[in-house]
Design a protein around this ligand. Structure first.
Ligand SMILES: C[S@@+](CC[C@H](N)C(=O)[O-])C[C@H]1O[C@@H](n2cnc3c(N)ncnc32)[C@H](O)[C@@H]1O
Length: 216
């Protein structure tokens, strides 16, 4: 495909493809289990089209800030945000540079976005910064498959998949990224995707807290 067709696809088609894909039942089941655990001031990084919104527990959430650089995705999220009983701010910004004060959030939620964020290590550094010392990161991600053959196919398909699915990477390891950024996994579970989504590899969900940095 030519460069201008690719960029047209990325701007005008990919957001709707990603929204439709991320609405599948296998993702919804995980959202239903993990998202009600968010509490206090919540920041959702890689907010997308707001597919987690129906699962927040209004009795626990004080305020939600959704961050995403893609205006089309935020446009899909905004009408749903207005219907909620707690304040929701949709901010067009990147996870690598969060426009929020240090220690702002009780909970940061990231679902199926460490696969897409261009610099996930930098985004995790920002998440560390905006979380209160007692705060929690709740995540749901996909990543490297368990078997060697599947991982090889993920590598082979990675570029093509990325250009169709909004720059999603098949070959990242979210647990390694989160652990490497100074988080302690206090809960984690690993599942598999249904056969038609085998290329997404392992399905991870969990809760992580900050590991205290040694005083310098
Ligand atoms: C696969 S979608 C997932 C959306 C949503 N979290 C969900 O669970 O449906 C990945 C999202 O990450 C967003 N994204 C891409 N680059 C980003 C960045 N630098 N910072 C934050 N989000 C980013 C995309 O715009 C997209 O909305």
């Amino acid at each position: 495909m030519c460069e201008s067709c690719l960029s047209w696809y990325a701007r005008c088609v990919a957001p709707y493809v990603v929204h439709a894909g991320c609405s599948a039942g296998t993702f919804t089941q995980m959202r239903r289990r993990m998202i009600p655990r968010a509490e206090g001031i919540v920041v959702e990084v890689g907010f997308g089209s707001g597919l987690n919104l129906p699962y927040y527990d209004a009795a626990k959430v004080e305020r939600l800030v959704g961050i995403d650089p893609d205006g089309t995705m935020l446009g899909l999220a905004e009408p749903k945000s207005r219907a909620l009983p707690f304040p929701v701010d949709c901010l067009r910004a990147s996870g690598e540079s969060l426009p929020l004060a240090d220690g702002f959030a009780d909970t940061v939620v990231v679902t199926y976005a460490f696969c897409t964020i261009p610099d996930p290590e930098a985004a995790l550094g920002e998440i560390r910064r905006v979380l209160k010392p007692t705060g929690r990161l709740i995540f749901i991600e996909h990543g490297q498959a368990e078997g060697r053959r599947r991982r090889l196919w993920q590598e082979r398909l990675n570029r093509l998949w990325g250009s169709l699915a909004g720059d999603c990477h098949l070959n990242r390891d979210p647990l390694r990224l989160i652990g490497g950024a100074g988080f302690h996994l206090v809960e984690q579970e690993r599942g598999r995707f249904p056969l038609q989504l085998w290329q997404l590899g392992s399905h991870h969900a969990g809760v992580a807290t900050l590991v205290a940095r040694p005083a310098s």
